[in-house]
Design a protein around this ligand. Sequence first.
Ligand code: BTN
Length: 264
Amino acid sequence: MTEDQLALELGPDLVDLFDSIRVFDQVDSTNSELIRQIKSEPTGTRIALANSQTAGRGRRGRQWQSPANSGIYLSVSRPFTNSADRLQSLSLVTGLSVINALAANLIPELLLKWPNDILFQGKKLAGILLELQQSESQLNVVFGIGINVALPERTIAEIDRPVTDLYAITGKQADRPKIVATIVRELFANIQRFEKEGFAAFQSDWNRQDNYLDKDVVIHVGEKRINGRSLGVDQSGALVLQTDKGKEFISGGEIIPTLRGATE
Ligand code: BTN
């Protein structure tokens, strides 16, 4: 994909929102690239997209496999004025923006896995990594979005969890510039709404598309594991878990597969 193709799909109104739109053939990580750009100039709204990444990063220190032309490797950054403690729910809003953008591109049956994975039939299609860059003058958030488009067999074999890609789901070549533009449009509209109304405005849409609502799950929080039944997310984006000891509200962590057969 080229910068011109992307700009065409974004359209003039969205292009105008950004101070920088870059498409790399190869980069270490689009998140790292935007963090470097922010360090040298903290103001500005940016997009970095790559056809491949040599050091793609996932959540919890994991790698994100990023072979050439096999995925969408997208990062978007924007300055924020409010505090970093709302980052967790902003990451849920990002997941919701991506799932809604994919649905608008006719990718069917997708569901969310708290906090922000996107699943198709229990297999991971997309993941999101939000990173904060705080300087004296400015707080920036980098929204990193990885979507599997057409992964080589050997990459699928290397990943230690069930994964899928757009090609396996639709049987068609994905229109990557169009999907990226839809995601950026949806994400920026939702960020504006989030700033006005908070996560509460997204709570019911999120729970409606939750793969694990009313299912038994195990949550990984730091080194701790908590078992319970998922009751969905509350108004702040915390996961509500019915455990033997009562309700617990979890605001940092992720769902891991249960031994009782729930798929990840
Ligand atoms: C996860 O599910 O663990 C999050 C994966 C996030 C991957 C994307 S790809 C674009 C951006 N650049 C990175 O290095 N990571 C994110």
